[in-house]
Design a protein around this ligand. Structure first.
Ligand code: MG
Length: 260
């Protein structure tokens, strides 16, 4: 994993951007810093302004674990594409299946409510429609809660796909599209032939693992286990890389105008 701010990194980034590149981001921990209160994250005005400017040149997608409705609350701007529930919500081809995914989520929720005991105080079930998130950030003993929950979740029927995050375990229907499927589908929908994706968490590995030449993957934070090719050191470096992309697009455009 290499630093995208290195000379080679910035050169790769600039070469990668063409008029047919989709620019995609995860939300929590990527566009917004992680907050102790997940209900209250902030995508800075400056960053939203930069994204808006990028959208004058290229399509911008947000692929998040939140539901689409929840994610929209944090934006003044309207991204070209917004995919929710780790890829399971918002793809036109999957619209009909979403009802089925919703029913699965409900069933898991009922099964879990039945199993939770007073010792599980602090565990929070977040019904996101096509997926269910089990938060344990506010339990007294997180490690103990995590293991107990995992044991419970593995007994659910039908078996969910378990995607772990920071103090959260996400339950996603096994046959639902994941973030990697979603990105490939968006490329097709947008008529683009390459994508830059930035993300920070376990669920973003579904995109990082694609390992295709037409996808440039950048992780927020260096990691020895991630499959992403590049990293930015911290979340607050994200604005810098977005500015870098915007400047490159503007420079390319003005060079083109001069040629005419
Ligand atoms: Mg994230």
């Amino acid at each position: 994993m290499k630093d995208i701010f290195s000379t080679a990194g910035l050169e790769t980034l600039r070469h990668f951007i063409t008029p047919h590149t989709l620019i995609a981001f995860d939300l929590d921990g990527t566009l917004a810093p992680i907050s102790p209160d997940p209900g209250n994250i902030t995508v800075s005005n400056e960053l939203q302004h930069e994204l808006q400017m990028i959208m004058q040149y290229l399509p911008v997608a947000i692929i998040t674990g939140r539901s689409r409705r929840d994610a929209l609350r944090f934006f003044e701007i309207s991204p070209n594409y917004l995919i929710g529930n780790h890829g399971a919500e918002g793809l036109p081809r999957w619209e009909q299946a979403e009802t089925l995914f919703n029913e699965l989520g409900q069933s898991w929720k009922m099964q879990l409510l039945h199993c939770l005991e007073t010792s599980d105080a602090g565990v929070l079930l977040e019904d996101k429609g096509t997926s269910l998130s089990v938060h344990y950030r506010h339990t007294v003993n997180r490690d103990q809660a995590y293991h107990r929950l995992l044991h419970m979740l593995k007994k659910l029927t039908p078996t969910p796909r378990i995607v772990e995050g920071k103090c959260v375990i996400n339950l996603v229907p096994f046959n639902a599209p994941h973030k990697g499927d979603a990105l490939l589908e968006l490329l097709h929908l947008a008529g683009m032939n390459s994508a830059i994706f930035m993300g920070d968490d376990e669920t973003d590995e579904d995109i990082f693992a694609l390992k295709q030449n037409h996808i440039l993957s950048i992780r927020v934070g260096k990691s020895t286990t991630s499959q992403a090719d590049w990293f930015i050191p911290e979340q607050n470096d994200l604005l810098k890389i977005v500015i870098e992309m915007r400047l490159h697009l503007q420079r390319t455009q003005s060079a083109k105008n001069q040629e005419m």
